[in-house]
Ligand binder design. Sequence first.
Ligand code: GLV
Length: 309
Amino acid sequence: MAMMFKSTFDESTGWNRYLKEYGAEQEMRVWPDVGRLEDIEYALVWRPEHGDLKRYPNLKVIFSIGAGVDHIFSDPELPKHVPVCRIVDSDLTAQMSEYAIYGVLHYHRKMPGYVRGQQDRAWRKLGISDTTRSHVGVMGIGQIGGDTAKKLAALGFQVSGWSRTPKKLPGIRVFSGEAELRPFLASSQFLVCVLPLTGATRGILNEKTLSLMPKGGYLINMARGAHVVDEDLIKVLDSGHLGGAMLDVFHKEPLDSAHPFWAHPKIIVTPHIAGDLNPRTCGMQVAENILRHRKGEPLKNVVDPAAEY
Ligand code: GLV
C-alpha cells in the first residue's frame, strides 16, 4: 500500500524522513504519478485536485498539509466516508499568534504614522493609546485563536472572542453565533480573523460587517482570503471608516501583481507567512495517526465533516 502526496510548496522526501523517524515510512506516490489507484491507502495533501480523492478505492485517511482543511472540503466530490485529519501544531499556533500580536501592536503603537514621519524627516510624536482600554476581537477561538486571545490579554488588551458555538475562555469575553456578531464587531477596534473557511464564514468580512467596527479600526486577516470581500474592504478603508488592514491571505495566491491591495496605502500585504509547518512535529503527527490507524485506534485531530473544521 502507498501514500499519495500532493503539495504546492514542499517535498514528499522531507515528510517521509520524519514518517520514517517515527516508525511510519511510506511508499510515496507523488501526484500525478500515483501508479495503481488501488494501492493508495493514505493521502497527504495541500490543495488536492477536485475529483481526485474519489479515484482511490482503498483510501483510508486524508491528511491535510495544514491546519485549515477548506482546500480539501471545497472538493464537491470528496469521498465523505474517508476521515480527514488536520495539523494541530504548537509551533504553528505560536507563529500565528505572533503575527496577530505584531499586527495589533503595529497599529496600536501607530507605526504607519512613524513610517510616514521618517519619510518626511519629521520628529512627530503621535501619543500612546491606553492598552487597557484598547479592544481586540479575535474571530475564531479554536486552537490558534484561543492562544492569540490569551496572549493579547496577557499584554493588557481587552480581548473578546467570537465563535460559532458558545465557548468559555478564561479572561476573554466570548460572543457566539450570528446573533452576537454585531456586538462583537462593534467592540473590536482591532479585529483578528483566524476563522476556518466554511460555507458559513465565506465573505463574512464585507461592507456591512466591517462597517459595524468602531471608526478607525484595523483588520488583521491571517485565516483565508475568501473570508474577505476585497472590494468591500477597499471601500471601508477609502471611506476612512477603517484605519488599515494587514493581510496574509488572499482569494488567489500568489496575489496577482495587478491586485489593488499591493499598492493600497492602508494595506500591508504579506505572502501567507503567518505560520509555517514544522516538518518534524507535523511529520510526527501524521506518523502517529498512521500507527493508530494500523492498530485500529481512534485518529487524532479528525475534522468534523458537518462543520468542516
Ligand atoms: C495554512 O494556511 C494552514 O492551513 O496551515
